[in-house]
Ligand binder design. Structure first.
Ligand code: 9MR
Ligand code: 9MR
Ligand code: ZN
Length: 553
């Protein structure tokens, strides 16, 4: 049963009623909305208040003592929700502990913490979400007193019928299930692994301190890399002998809400695509750098596979859409120039190959070094641009570096402005679409890059605002991540969560979010357009959380 905040003095029977109703019909949202995980000391701390008030207090949870008082500012009109919002700013209060905000006449906020380690548990839970997504093996994890588990699944992956060779099986075991469905799509692996490896590159020391309690823990690889290896090993199986990479492994149609080990429909390789092939090159070339210090033989294997596919791509320069006739599952159809740009960047960074450098630079010039503000599986150019921009290799075109740098800062500034203009400080402003919560988290890659280039703290603070929004400073006053924060999603579009008979869903998953408008999020299982979970959204969130594992300024 979800935790609900009771006003002090609420009669017990009312409390119980509210509690029972909450399971089906959601009660009116709390009016004082903030990040229910909490705040890092020395960071700005704000709540949005959706009701008129004048003053507020920070109340210590243990004894209800008032530890800070302030005046609300506002109101301002938040355009996408049409609300008048006041702001409670308690940035001046930094004492670690557990608190609530109280606005007289309005009510109390969700409980939250102030501290330096507040994102440790979220990072652990959300990253373990990747482990719990593993296909081809049994998984198990405990959270909030429940044990979530499934048996070995999909060990027959996959049939070759659609890729030549007839009804023959070739090994495509492993990898992560994509989302609330159990298929495995290379293009979506691309942006996911790209963001995860970027997190490793940017925050390795902090990430290494967090044990993930996965089967490989204690082995030669850091846990984080061991988890990503589960996906990489599957990707290696998606490569055809000529270097082309199959677009996906999938059933013909989505299965019902059953556990993965009960899905017995036949799964097939789906023909190759040039975007999938380019993403494969980028992921494996990047991974080769990351894994080399721990396992040189594996790094060599990754690089050899990346080289083969890169050569294939160079020899097949035109866009190639996979033939997905016969499949109604996730399409992930995308033009390939951005994927090829990313592939070239990673090949160059890993090998120093002059051909790859020229390939990247031509492609980067063709888009005028544009840095996307809002990007997901269909727009991975940013990953290549970041690799090039922060490269320590010689040979870069200084002019192009300058253009990308200035575009990156301009995009980061645009994100900061969108945050400033939004009543819930949402860095994506008023854009809503399928998976926009992932988009909010993914903006942190651009913001952190700007922060690293300039040391300007507005970029880091806007990164924190992405997390603030996702963990409760939003029109619903709720966390969008299962198992974490205040009133998290209870009915995500996730087959495991729907089928396992346990009331709370599998923990550590960011749901897609409002789509197509600000208020259009529904915590109901059927609503896959707003309430599904997916590896690419978690991958972005993991990056954002990794950025705050250490209390840097
Ligand atoms: O369950 C499917 C979900 O994982 C996908 O993201 C979504 C969009 O491709 O489709 C869902 O499947 C629905 C199908 O498209 C239409 N019939 C209802 C299915 C929901 O179970
Ligand atoms: O994230 C994808 C979103 O951008 C698309 O608009 C949507 C419809 O094609 O599909 C989303 O991806 C789903 C995929 O097709 C199947 N697995 C679940 C993914 C998340 O909903
Ligand atoms: Zn599986």
């Amino acid at each position: 049963m979800r935790t609900r905040i009771q006003n002090p003095g609420t009669p017990l029977h009312v409390a119980l009623l509210a509690c029972c109703l909450a399971a089906s019909v959601h009660a009116a949202p709390v009016a004082v909305r903030l990040n229910s995980i909490g705040f890092l000391s020395n960071f700005p701390k704000q709540a949005s208040v959706a009701a008129p008030g004048t003053n507020f207090a920070v109340i210590r949870q243990s004894d209800s003592a008032v530890v800070f008082r302030g005046a609300l500012s506002g109101p301002r009109t938040n355009s996408d929700t049409g609300e008048a919002l006041w702001t409670a700013d308690f940035s001046g209060f930094n004492t670690p502990g557990a608190y609530q905000i109280e606005v007289p006449g309005v009510g109390r906020s969700a409980p939250f913490r102030i501290g330096s380690d507040i994102y440790l548990e979220p990072f652990y839970v959300v990253t373990r979400g990747m482990y719990l997504w593993r296909c081809g093996t049994a998984v198990r994890g405990t959270h909030g007193g429940h044990t979530y588990a499934h048996a070995v699944c999909h060990t027959n992956d996959a049939w070759m019928d659609y890729v030549g060779g007839g009804h023959v099986r070739m090994d495509a075991n492993g990898g992560w299930h994509d989302a609330g469905d159990y298929n495995k799509y290379v293009v979506n692996a691309g942006v996911t692994v790209g963001c995860l490896l970027r997190a490793w590159v940017d925050f390795e020391p902090a990430i290494r301190r967090v044990g993930l309690d996965i089967p490989e823990s204690g082995g030669p690889l850091p846990d984080f890399l061991a988890e990503i290896r589960w996906e990489l090993d599957w990707l290696l199986r998606m490569q055809a002998t000529n270097g082309a990479v199959y677009h996906k492994v999938s059933t013909r149609d989505f299965c019902p809400f059953i556990m993965p080990e009960h899905e017995k429909d036949e799964r097939y390789f789906v023909p190759w695509g040039s975007a999938a092939t380019a993403d494969f090159v980028a992921m494996l070339a990047m991974a080769s750098r990351c894994y080399r210090p721990f396992d040189a033989a594996y790094a060599d294997r990754l690089l050899a596979a990346a080289r083969l596919s890169y050569r294939f791509l160079r020899e097949n320069p035109s866009h190639h859409s996979p033939d997905q006739r016969g499949f109604s599952t996730g399409g992930y159809g995308t033009r390939d120039p951005d994927d090829r740009l990313w592939a070239a960047a990673e090949m160059w960074e890993t090998t120093g190959d002059a051909i790859a450098l020229r390939d990247f630079e031509e492609r980067a010039r063709a888009i005028n070094g544009r840095v996307d503000i809002n990007w997901d599986w269909g727009e991975v150019a940013n990953l290549g641009l970041l690799t090039y921009l922060f490269s320590e290799r010689s040979g870069r075109d200084g002019e192009l570096v300058a253009v990308i740098r200035s575009n990156l800062l301009a995009s980061a500034d645009a994100i900061v402005r969108a945050r400033d203009d939004h009543g819930y400080a949402r860095p994506l402003g008023t854009r809503y679409y399928w998976g926009c919560n992932g988009g909010v988290a993914r903006q942190v890659l651009v913001l952190q890059a700007a922060y690293r280039l300039t040391g300007e703290k507005r970029y880091r603070e806007t990164s924190a605002d992405a997390l603030n929004h996702l963990f409760g400073r939003n029109v619903f006053g709720r966390s969008y991540v299962t198992g974490l924060g205040f009133e998290p999603p209870m009915h995500p579009h996730d087959r495991r969560s729907g089928a396992d008979g346990i009331a709370p869903p599998w923990p550590g998953y960011l749901v897609g979010g409002p789509n197509p408008r600000a208020r259009d999020w529904h915590d109901v299982e059927e609503d896959y357009r707003t309430n599904e979970i997916a590896i690419n959204w978690n991958g972005a969130l993991i990056y954002a959380l990794a950025a705050f594992l250490e209390p840097a300024p």
